[in-house]
Design a binder for this molecule. Sequence first.
Ligand code: SF4
Length: 485
Amino acid sequence: MIQIQCKETLYTYNLYHIVKAFFPDTKIEQRVDAGQEPLVQLKLDGGSCFCVAQADVPYAVGQEKKRIVTRLVYEYLSEITGRRMVWGMLTGVRPTKLAMQKMENGMQTEEIKKFLMGEYYVSGQKASLAVEIALRERELLSRLDYRDGFSLYVGIPFCPSICSYCSFSSSPIAVWKEEIDAYLDALCKEITAIGSMTGGKKLNTVYIGGGTPTTLSAAQLERLLHLIDETFSQEHLLEYTVEAGRPDSITKEKLEVIRRHPVTRISVNPQTMQQKTLNLVGREHTVQAVKDIFRMARELGFDNINMDLIAGLPEETAEDMRDTLEQIKELAPDSLTVHSLAIKRAARMGQDKMHRSLYTEITQMVEDAAQTAEKLGLVPYYLYRQKNIAGNFENVGYAKVDKAGIYNILIMEEKQTIFAAGAGATTKLVLPHKICLDNGKETNLIRTENVKDIHEYMSRIDEMIVRKEREVSEVSGLMETQRNK
Ligand code: SF4
């Protein structure tokens, strides 16, 4: 067991993740004791102890103090283990954020790389990747109108069957079959209300996700897409994604419906091209179905198709992943999103029991996926790491230069307002400047969450619309005040 004792809560998050990265299989106990003398005391297995005293950070305060303390602990752990982490002491979910901030502050790319390597011990390869992605994110986001533009998310919380690793709140369509029209009634009401709330604003991106939107029948899909066409002007639309997702929900008729609307991008997600794994995780479709649906979509004229893969599905080896990647290469999607299943797998196995060989295996899978993406002419355009997990697993989106999913970046960068409709959907209203909330936290993001429960969503839709209208009106007032300052 490793004990981390901190004088202030300021360091706890960073130190936990740094220690976990070096000792993934060891239990960590963390305590905050305002009365203790050193700022940080680290007691390792075997009795060795490391302290950071106030004298080690004489003039630093706040974030700078946290950075120095984290750095000292990182240096110590690196020295005693003889190891370095590829993302160095960056523990956040978005390691590219720092590169982006520096870029926005006018720092040149070579300087940013040096800064990440020198100040945060990021490896040369990851520093280059962070800068490469930040440059692409910046270019893609520059197409959005932050002031008068907005994005729309529509959630369909149904799936053909529930995958064993699913962390979304999705329900099997068969159970809800008789109530889908009622769900659509509520959803359409909310979309229409969003149309009124956003009158005069520019719709930049649309994302229909879930769940699996293509669990709707062709007629239900038509109803939804037609309403969106009627409600919002497409004049400023940059991207319109429908997550077709599970091949066992897609038919030619549904793809034809989607084609009749201004949808620019769809996802056909195999997650793996290993039949044994699909069976094991409860995805009731075949590998052949993935290929057939993908080719059908191409024949119908879809020229921007994303495929999602997961590294680390149960009982999969690096060899399985290599085979999957070979099959994906033949299909040649326009973008490829590679997730790591580390969190869910670790959660089930118990993080501490997660064996090092699994880390090595997943790392290999992720590296092989990166190479395949490169061979397909796809470049990385967004990246986020997984929270609460040791190791350096990342979820990376690769795309042909003009086929990247802007919405994917938007949900992480939180620079433009996203109106969200559907059970469990969260509307994020973005203010130009930060405000101080009642709890003392500073933010420029105001969230309005819909209830997750589908029955409750349907029965309380009016209440949720009124709440959203109230928030929007308050935020609009704040925006005006901030802009006029
Ligand atoms: S397809 Fe996606 S949302 Fe649906 S059950 Fe599987 S993981 Fe969950």
